[in-house]
Design a protein around this ligand. Sequence first.
Ligand SMILES: NC(=O)c1ccc[n+]([C@@H]2O[C@H](COP(=O)([O-])OP(=O)(O)OC[C@H]3O[C@@H](n4cnc5c(N)ncnc54)[C@H](OP(=O)(O)O)[C@@H]3O)[C@@H](O)[C@H]2O)c1
Length: 241
Amino acid sequence: MWITGASTGIGREIALQLTALGVAVAASARSVEKLNKLEPGVRTYPLDVTDQSAVSATVEQIERDLGPIDLAIMGAGTYTPVAADRFDPTIFKHTMAANYFGVVNCLAAILPRMLKRKGGHIAWIGSVAGYRGLPKAAAYGPSKAALINLAECLKPELDLNGVTVSVINPGFVETPLTAQNDFPMPFLMTAPLAARLTIQGLVRKRFEIAYPLRFVAILKFARVLPYALYFWLLRRTILNA
Ligand SMILES: NC(=O)c1ccc[n+]([C@@H]2O[C@H](COP(=O)([O-])OP(=O)(O)OC[C@H]3O[C@@H](n4cnc5c(N)ncnc54)[C@H](OP(=O)(O)O)[C@@H]3O)[C@@H](O)[C@H]2O)c1
C-alpha cells in the first residue's frame, strides 16, 4: 500500500499501524528527515504531491519495488486559517494545490493502473470541514468540499470497474496541523485513534469514513439546516456574537 502525508499526524499513524499489521507500506511526504523516523519496516518515498511528474515517477518506482499498489491513501494536506480582513490569494492557491490537486495528481498516476488491473482501493482524506462553510476555513473548507465531491463523482464509474473509492472525513484530531488552533476543538481525538478508525473503515470498504460519530452527526444535521438558521447558530456558537 502507498500513503502520502505519512511524515506526521494521521498519515504517520496509519503507516505505523498498517506496518504493525504486516502490511508492506510505502510512505511519502516532503520531509526526508521525518520520514526516516518511521519504523525501519516502512519504505519511504519522499515526494511533493503538487509536482505531477514526481508523483507519477514515485508510483512507478513503488510498483517496481513492491509490486502493484492495492491500497492508496492520499493524506497529504495543509491548513492555514484565513480571516476575512487578511485575504491572501496565495494561501488559497497553496491550499488547493496541496489538498485538492495533490490528490488529483496521485489519481492521475494510480487510477489508470488500478483500472487496467480491474482492482484496487483508493482513499483520500477530506474533512468534516468540507460539509459546510465554517469561519476561518475559507481556503481549507473549499479544498475539502472539492475532495468529497470528487469522491462522489468518481465512485459510480469506479464501482463498475472493480476499483473501490473511500473519502475519509475526520473531525478534530490532535496533530501538528491543529496545534496552531487558538480555539477549543470539540470532540478532539488522538491521531492513533483516528488511524484505527480509518483502517477499520477501509477494511469494511466504506465509501465515507467519518469520525468521531457524535461530531459527525451534529455537522451532518447542520448541513441540512436552512441558511438563516445555520448562520444564526454559527454566530451564537463559534463567533459568540
Ligand atoms: N488534524 C485534523 O483535525 C484533521 C481533520 C480533518 C482532516 N484532516 C486532514 O488529514 C490529513 C492529515 O493531516 P494531519 O492533521 O495529520 O496534519 P499533519 O500532521 O500536518 O500532516 C500533514 C502531512 O501532509 C504532508 N504534506 C503536506 N503538504 C505536502 C505536499 N505538498 N506534498 C507531500 N506531502 C505533504 C506533511 O508532510 P511534509 O510536511 O513532510 O510534506 C504531513 O506528513 C490532511 O489532509 C488534513 O487536511 C486533519
